[in-house]
Design a protein around this ligand. Structure first.
Ligand SMILES: [Zn+2]
Ligand SMILES: [Zn+2]
Length: 898
């Protein structure tokens, strides 16, 4: 539907769509803008143009239209007290990380707080009616405007005024009356200054009229009346009409303060302090002039650099003023804005990373650091975080709890950026032409090089206005939705026995059977879901191999055939398998909370998987886990097991559960039903979960982490086992350890023994050598060594094949022997595994005729192998153990024969 068409249709019948009691009571006149023809309502008879095209646009800068002065915090107190006084419930803000919608990473408007997924539809659930909420919203599309335009923020507080027209709530008349009185009475703005402009809103198949209200050209809020569904030619009134009035708290504060920009009055004393540190005078008239021009030009030019150029020209700024004042001021504004956004996002559990919503957060932190570097600002980010939390906790006391965690994450992420600078420098030095927007996106996506860094390095002078919106389109907001493939239209819902008595044996009626699938009227087979693997078992004689859920219908996949439709079948769930899976599921909850306790508030379940004999939990965390952290997590988890805490399961209305336990219950993602199952392990862990659980944590017996791994930026996987599997694992692990240590002991002992033997031998050598060389002519035996001494001047022979001598002996002893007696030839034969080896030494004199190498060659041939060496030393051998004696005899004959 075209918005323009709706406006023209609605504006053609203003009585029906726009006129409210206030306009009649106060004498508002309906006019059409001379410039753009839009219709607006005013009591100022001299006004001829809509707020966008009046001369008074942004004239509140330096000249506020009220005597009241409210900064950001005070402004909310005023708004809150006004609405509470007028029958509204003031609701605390919802998290900026939108855990309850599967299509949004971040909360982008106050109405999102109350939108819940129901099947495939979005429905509204309000905790009170009417209500008002100071909802922090994150928007990353206009990042290049932040700090520059004076009014764009990456996060802002949307004052949400919501009402359902029924016995408690109200509709258009009262809404506009309240908004008018808020501005005029509570904020003290002259009635003549308030202008209502006719507009419309449409989205998600519904639409309605809206009235935007302005003061001095500044749009304060927009009251949307979601009223119809259908299309323009055929629409009907919605069953659930809703008032969605969203106003910018920053703008209310700005209007009363009249500072050059909204940034000057929305961060408490922080902006001023930073300006002072940078040596800039905040009262400089130049800032008022310049930012008033910027505000006016924003409506006239679409390109931000054009807006800036023209404002500089019409404010008559010199280059020096731009460089010394405007550029540093813009940088400081950017820094305070971006840090505030990081504070909210990190506090609500988001981590900077290169995936999903974390993408924008990393980009923001890198912009902060680049800007500080570019402007040579020496700022302590921790101090700024502290100052912001101190200021914000008045409205948002919950930030106090995560103050230190915020600083930790910002510290780690800043360190990472500093570490990557060298690499970025290299990449940038290789750029040989001015990068296009696509180049910039590629540079950031693949190398983490931000355009702000390129600006800092003077590669580009401006960041193209389309960069952030393009990047946003690529990454932001939209999470992927999975589509259900199987169509089972017309079938009744399956009764889920596993949520009731959970019998492991039951009879059921076959509602439908097709291909290899069966749908029953009721089942105790748990269907794959929430990371819990499906039950197995049998339906009649057929094996159940998979179970899946499609809407409210459970489909069983069978092997080797299917039963007939209409039959009553007997079903058996494999309870051993279910038992293992169940223990692992409860263990997942325990480990999730243990990890958060040990690591920090940023830990959320990213995903989980529970099988019979193993499971894994993926958590959001910035770094790989250390051994110390793993030990601590495991210890805490087993402490929870030992405490034998009861696991209770209760059903709650979704809204009640959220109010009672907060959004931490959505660890496993959104729950698309109105009544949700809350699984509590006392106060230790409370989650919305559809899985099966043990009754008391003691049943788990033991949780053992088997492995952890950083699987992607910002996500760590914890693999674990529990119950009997964990006990077996530990036992196996212990057995392995014992086995290893025994092996090690044996090895060491053997080594020591050998050392001992060697030492003994070394001591024995001189004595042996002595007694051998001093033997009489003829044959004698010394310690199993056979000695043949001949007359002097002829070779002597000495040999042994005793078992007591090994390689070390033969090599060491032979050497010593021929040194003592140069006429000696030594032949040592020993078994080495399945081989027979021979070591031959020949003394200097003997070797002239009896060369060791030759003897080794012949001896080895006898042994059925080969050998060789030089004339002094040689070795060889073979495999024929029966030839040991022959070999020795051969050697002896070779040496002693003339
Ligand atoms: Zn106009
Ligand atoms: Zn669960």
């Amino acid at each position: 539907m075209d918005k323009k068409e709706i406006v023209s249709k609605f504006s053609a019948d203003p009585e029906r769509y726009y006129n409210v009691k206030l306009f009649e009571n106060q004498g508002f006149e309906r006019k059409s803008c001379l410039t753009c023809k839009r219709f607006y309502w005013t009591i100022d008879e001299n006004r001829t143009n809509c707020p966008d095209h009046s001369d008074d646009t942004y004239s509140f800068i330096g000249n506020p239209p009220t005597t009241k002065r409210f900064d950001y915090t005070q402004a909310w107190k005023e708004v809150e007290s006004f609405f509470v006084k007028n029958g509204h419930t003031s609701v605390s803000r919802y998290p900026v990380v939108c855990r309850w919608r599967d299509d949004l990473y971040f909360t982008i408007a106050s109405i999102v707080d109350f939108q819940r997924v129901m099947g495939s539809k979005v429905v509204f659930e309000f905790p009170a009616n009417p209500l008002v909420v100071p909802q922090t919203c994150l928007r990353f599309k206009d990042l290049e405007n932040v700090g520059v335009t004076g009014r764009h923020f990456s996060s802002f507080c949307m004052i949400g005024q919501h009402s359902i027209p029924n016995s408690q709530g109200y509709w258009k008349d009262e809404c506009i009356d309240l908004d008018y009185r808020l501005v005029t009475e509570q904020f003290g703005v002259d009635k003549k200054e308030v202008v209502f402009v006719e507009d419309v809103w449409e989205g998600g198949g519904s639409f309605g009229s809206s009235l935007e209200f302005f003061v001095k050209g500044l749009e304060l809020g927009n009251a949307v009346f979601t009223e119809f569904q259908g299309d323009l030619s055929n629409y009907k009134t919605l069953d659930q009409q809703i008032i969605d009035m969203g106003a910018g708290l920053e703008r209310f504060a700005w209007l009363t303060m009249g500072t050059p920009t909204a940034y000057d009055c929305c961060f408490g004393p922080i902006t001023n302090n930073l300006l002072q540190q940078a040596g800039i005078d905040k009262n400089d008239e130049l800032l008022v002039t310049y930012f008033t021009k910027i505000a006016k030009h924003l409506e006239q030019f679409s390109d931000l650099s054009e807006v800036r150029k023209n404002a500089i020209r019409s404010a008559g700024l010199s280059d020096e003023q731009i460089n010394k004042i405007i550029i540093p001021v813009e940088g400081i504004y950017l820094i305070v804005d971006h840090i505030r956004t990081l504070i909210f996002a990190i506090s609500d559990g988001a981590l900077p990373s290169n995936v999903g919503g974390g993408y924008n957060l990393r980009m923001m932190l890198r912009r902060i650091i680049s800007t500080m570097d570019r402007l040579s600002l020496k700022l302590d980010l921790n101090e700024i975080v502290d100052a912001q939390v101190d200021y914000l906790k008045n409205t948002y006391p919950e930030l106090e709890k995560t103050r230190e965690d915020i600083k930790t994450i910002i510290g780690i992420e800043s360190g990472r950026y500093e570490n990557s600078k060298l690499r970025m420098e290299k990449i940038v030095s290789k750029l040989n032409q001015k990068p296009t927007v696509d180049d910039l996106i590629r540079l950031y996506e693949s190398d983490g090089v931000t355009p702000d860094y390129l600006k800092e390095m003077n590669v580009i002078s401006d960041i193209p206005s389309t960069f952030y919106s393009k990047l946003s389109e690529l990454h932001q907001s939209k999470k992927q939705k999975e589509q259900d493939q199987v169509s089972l239209e017309g079938l009744p819902e399956t009764e889920l026995l596993y949520y009731e008595d959970d019998p492991k044996e039951f009879d059921a009626k076959v509602i439908k059977s097709f291909d290899k699938y069966v749908v029953l009227d009721k089942t105790s087979f748990y269907a794959r879901g929430g990371g819990q693997e499906p039950d197995h078992g049998t339906i009649e004689k057929f094996e159940v191999v998979d179970v899946s859920k499609h809407g409210n219908i459970i489909v069983h996949e069978l092997k080797n055939g299917i039963p007939k439709e209409g039959n009553t079948v007997s079903c058996v769930v494999n309870s051993k398998r279910r038992d293992g899976i169940t223990k692992n599921h409860t263990s997942t909850h325990i480990l999730n909370s243990s990890s958060r306790n040990v690591l920090g508030s940023w830990v959320w379940q990213h995903s989980a998987f529970k099988e019979e004999d193993h499971a894994r939990l993926d958590i959001t965390h910035h770094s790989a886990l250390t051994n110390d952290e793993i030990t601590k997590i495991e210890k805490l988890a087993n402490f929870a097991v030992e405490k034998n805490m009861p696991v209770t399961i209760e059903s709650f209305d979704r809204g009640t559960a959220e109010q009672k336990y907060g959004f931490k219950i959505y660890q496993g993602g959104i729950v698309p039903v109105k009544s949700i199952r809350i699984v509590s392990i006392e106060d230790f862990d409370i989650e919305a979960c559809g899985g099966t659980h043990v009754k008391k944590t003691g049943e788990i017996e033991l949780i053992k982490i088997t492995r952890t791994k950083r699987i992607q930026d910002g996500v760590v996987r914890i693999e674990f086992v529990s119950g009997g599997t964990a006990i077996d694992y530990v036992k196996q692990h212990d057995d392995d350890l014992i086995k290893k240590s025994v092996e090690l002991k044996d090895k060491t002992e053997l080594k020591e023994k050998r050392q001992e033997q060697k030492q003994e031998l070394r001591e024995k050598f001189p004595i042996l050598v002595e007694s051998i060389t001093e033997s009489k002519i003829g044959t004698s035996i010394v310690d199993e060594i056979i000695v043949d001494i001949t007359e002097s001047g002829k070779p002597n022979f000495c040999c042994t094949m005793s078992d007591q001598y090994g390689e070390f002996f033969h090599i060491s002893f032979g050497e010593k022997l021929i040194e003592k007696d140069p006429w000696m030839v030594y032949c040592g034969v020993f078994e080495d595994g399945d081989k027979i080896r021979a070591i031959i030494y020949s003394g200097d004199q003997a070797a002239k005729d009896k060369k060791a190498g030759y003897i080794a060659k012949i001896v080895s041939e006898v042994l059925g192998g080969a050998g060789g060496g030089n004339q002094r030393f040689a070795q060889g051998g073979g495999k024929d153990k029966s030839k040991k004696n022959d070999a020795i005899e051969k050697a002896k004959a070779m040496v002693l024969e003339v």
